[in-house]
Design a binder for this molecule. Structure first.
Ligand SMILES: Cc1ncc(COP(=O)(O)O)c(C=O)c1O
Length: 434
């Protein structure tokens, strides 16, 4: 048994630090489970009161190799004593990481560029697409989330992301994403993907000034509630882009590094994007991101046209090497698939017994539990979702939610079957009680 709850939740030390946070910290962060973290290991998290929890958040789908994996920690410590930063000067760590990343990608992606956070890798993709085509319009999807810089925020189709932050970068054309649970057209057509493709065609025809540079899409929409498109949709989008000669950008900041049960989510449909942005799991806790690109596109940028103070720095690239080693040694992609399908089938089994659990969806170790007031109307229920988060925490399971009502199921990929079952038992108890 992993879980051990020794104090009321929140505990006395948590309350003390929460009061300090209230006083001194900015209040713009996302709400989380009501504890203050102390340390973590694998899927286990200790709070400042000595309680132990199982983590279904991985931070925010970041710590794919588990919290503070000893091999990762050793690699970081070793590199910290050797070299921390040398700006754009080449290092063995950076060059060989580029080689490893390219070898793990489809053969058309033969160049790697490293940056620091996911938003930066997405920004880089858009810059490259604009530079290559000499055009400026980017197609993006309603519900899409690509980061919080001014550039990536402009792409967002997620409601509220831009509120009070305008004006945004012009040239973004938004089109609907095929949500099979809540059809974006309010219809009950079984072909939501076909509806969206037709709408995209018409919408772009009406709105574009014939200056299309590219299209950006996530393999699944994480921040908008873990919405997975029907099979074949992304391949159709790819064909649509290629027929028009525009750059097809896949945002794998969240879905890469084994999260969906493939190393890259693009493998599910054999996609061949021209550019892929990668983040989160590539650093598993260290700030590194990557743009995988076709060199024929990337090479339009001249010397000094794109770089970053911390991009590809020695410590983060050394960390990513350790992470790739851990992936190979511990077969984490296979584990994500096996444990993910076990967890999904148990969660689907809970759906009938819980009147709030409207939908269970996902792939590998990334799933969403859609909490609704009424399964027929599918009205979102943020109040019950908050109660579930707090109750799970009191019982030793850390979860978070997106869109107010979709619980994120995204444990580190090292989770064992016993740990999965122990945490699922907590979820089952809470879901049938609230
Ligand atoms: C699909 C996607 N793209 C981009 C980002 C932005 O990444 P970061 O927060 O590291 O800048 C995120 C973060 O959640 C994401 O999920």
């Amino acid at each position: 048994m992993v879980v051990s709850i020794k104090t009321p939740i929140p505990g006395p030390n948590t309350l003390k630090y929460k009061a300090l946070s209230e006083k001194y910290e900015a209040h713009c962060l996302n709400q989380q489970a009501p504890i203050v973290w102390d340390h973590a290991e694998g899927v286990k998290v200790w709070d400042v009161d000595g309680n132990t929890f199982i983590d279904w958040t991985s931070g925010v789908l970041v710590t794919n190799v588990g919290h503070s994996h000893p091999k990762l920690a050793d690699a970081i410590a070793r590199q910290a004593r050797r070299l921390l930063n040398c700006y754009d000067s080449p290092t063995v760590e950076r060059i060989t990481l580029a080689e490893r990343m390219v070898k793990l990608a489809p053969e058309n992606l033969d160049n790697a560029f490293f940056a620091t956070v996911g938003s930066e890798a997405v920004d880089a993709a858009v810059r490259v697409a604009k530079h290559f085509t000499g055009k400026f319009e980017i197609i993006s999807f309603f519900g899409g989330f690509h980061g919080r810089t001014m550039g990536t925020m402009s792409l967002a189709g997620k409601t509220g992301t831009k509120r009070h932050f305008g004006p945004v970068t012009p040239g973004v054309i938004h089109v609907p994403f095929p949500d099979s649970y809540r059809n974006p057209f309010g219809s009950d057509s079984p072909d939501v993907a076909g509806q969206c493709l037709e709408f995209m065609d018409r919408s772009v025809g009406a709105m574009s000034t014939d200056s299309l540079a590219g299209l950006i899409v996530e393999p699944y929409q994480g921040a908008s509630g873990f919405i997975f498109p029907p099979d074949g949709f992304l391949k159709s989008v790819e064909r649509w882009c290629k027929a028009r000669g525009i750059v097809f950008i896949l945002d794998e900041v969240q879905s890469s590094f084994g999260r969906t049960g493939k190393f890259l989510a693009l493998e599910w449909e054999g996609l061949r994007p021209n550019l892929v942005s990668i983040g989160k799991g590539i650093g598993s806790g260290m700030p590194i991101s990557c743009l995988l690109a076709e060199s024929r596109i990337m090479s339009t940028l001249g010397e000094g046209e794109m770089s970053s103070t911390w991009g590809g720095n020695p410590i983060c690239t050394a960390a990513s090497h350790a992470i790739l080693d851990i992936f190979e040694e511990e077969k984490l992609v296979d584990n994500a698939l096996t444990i993910g399908s076990h967890m999904k089938s148990r969660l689907l089994g809970m759906q009938d017994r819980c009147r709030y659990l409207g939908d269970v969806r996902g792939l590998g170790l990334v799933m969403g539990l859609d909490i609704v007031r009424d399964k027929k109307t599918k009205e979102r229920d943020p109040g019950t979702t908050r109660k579930i988060i707090d109750e799970c925490c009191k019982n030793g399971l850390l979860i978070g939610a997106v869109s107010g009502n979709v619980i994120r199921v995204a444990p580190p990929l090292v989770i064992s079957k016993d740990e999965a079952d122990e945490s699922l038992n907590i979820m089952e108890k809470v879901l049938t009680k609230v």
